[in-house]
Design a protein around this ligand. Structure first.
Ligand SMILES: NC(=O)c1ccc[n+]([C@@H]2O[C@H](COP(=O)([O-])OP(=O)(O)OC[C@H]3O[C@@H](n4cnc5c(N)ncnc54)[C@H](OP(=O)(O)O)[C@@H]3O)[C@@H](O)[C@H]2O)c1
Length: 266
């Protein structure tokens, strides 16, 4: 596993396992399978209703808590200083842990400055090792980062080969904020898994289009959290550290950028 260093000095795995759209009932065994496949970074959210399954799988793994890097997100209905605090306590309880490695504001909705104030307080108290945001576009991110005391360590946004977030990356670099890609495989949209550029580069290394796409993001220093419920795909998606894309291959994949969302609801 490779790691990135966040702007407060802590190390975060560059690849993890996302659990969006995994039901509460399925989540414990999926996360257990992911841990067996080697994943240590797990990304959940209050809104996914599966923090309990994540907590149970981590606890049941027999590995020490500090072997893991757990990320969760404060949902919109918990925005505001007081509500956010109650919700963080609830997340800690469901995750069966006394600290969360990275807590994000899920979306810039409601009193998110109040939410962040609560997060800064929990961060200073040692209950959060890192804090940040999600779905903050360049303008709102910049305004937010100027207003807060503790600069966000991460911004998690839609990022894949068809939307490479160049403008946002430029803005975030000023604050040392790392980009974490949600939907790094674009949930398979736009014929992702049969894309000719990705597939032909993959042939050279005996890798799939998915592996080439994840490798491209990792070589750009972007944290990725692909989701799958299938064990063989968990293994496929983590098996991206034994090859290296050349500058020419990186450029060919850079050229796939359409600079727009594939998820029109955001
Ligand atoms: N902060 C936010 O607003 C936000 C929004 C969306 C997502 N996220 C986070 O980002 C994570 C990843 O995003 P995502 O789940 O939306 O999409 P994704 O990881 O880009 O794609 C997941 C989809 O691709 C399939 N898949 C996975 N690996 C594959 C492979 N190697 N070959 C073929 N198909 C494969 C999965 O199907 P199977 O499961 O059937 O294998 C699933 O349908 C989420 O789980 C969540 O943690 C955050």
């Amino acid at each position: 596993m490779e790691f990135v260093k966040l702007n407060n000095g802590i190390a975060m795995p560059i690849l993890g396992y996302g659990v969006f759209q995994i039901t509460p009932g399925e989540s414990e065994h999926c996360v257990r399978d992911a841990i067996t496949a080697g994943y240590r970074l797990i990304d959940t959210a209050q809104a996914y209703r599966n923090e309990g399954g994540v907590g149970a799988a981590v606890k049941g793994s027999g590995l020490p808590r500090d072997a893991f890097f757990i990320t969760t997100n404060v949902w919109n209905s918990n925005a505001g200083y007081e509500r956010a605090k109650v919700s963080i306590d609830e997340s800690l309880r469901k995750l069966q842990t006394c600290y969360i490695d990275l807590l994000l504001i899920h979306q810039p909705v409601g009193d998110y400055l109040g939410t962040y104030q609560a997060m800064e307080e929990y961060y200073r108290a040692g209950k959060l090792r890192a804090i940040g945001v999600s779905n903050f576009k360049p303008g709102i991110f910049c305004k937010f980062a100027e207003q807060v005391d503790i600069k966000p360590m991460v911004n998690q946004v839609e990022t894949h080969v068809f939307w490479q977030q160049r403008e946002l990356r430029g803005v975030m670099a000023q604050y040392g904020t790392k980009l974490m890609a949600w939907a790094p495989l674009a949930e398979g949209r736009n014929y992702y898994f049969t894309n000719r550029t990705l597939a032909s580069i993959g042939k050279r290394y005996e890798k799939t289009a998915a592996q080439v796409a994840l490798r491209f993001l990792i070589q750009n220093g972007i944290i990725v959290i692909p989701k799958t419920v299938r064990r063989e795909r968990m293994e496929e998606n983590i098996n991206v550290f034994d090859f290296h894309l050349t500058d020419e291959e990186m450029q060919a994949i850079s050229a796939l950028d359409r600079n727009e969302t594939l998820f029109y609801w955001i």
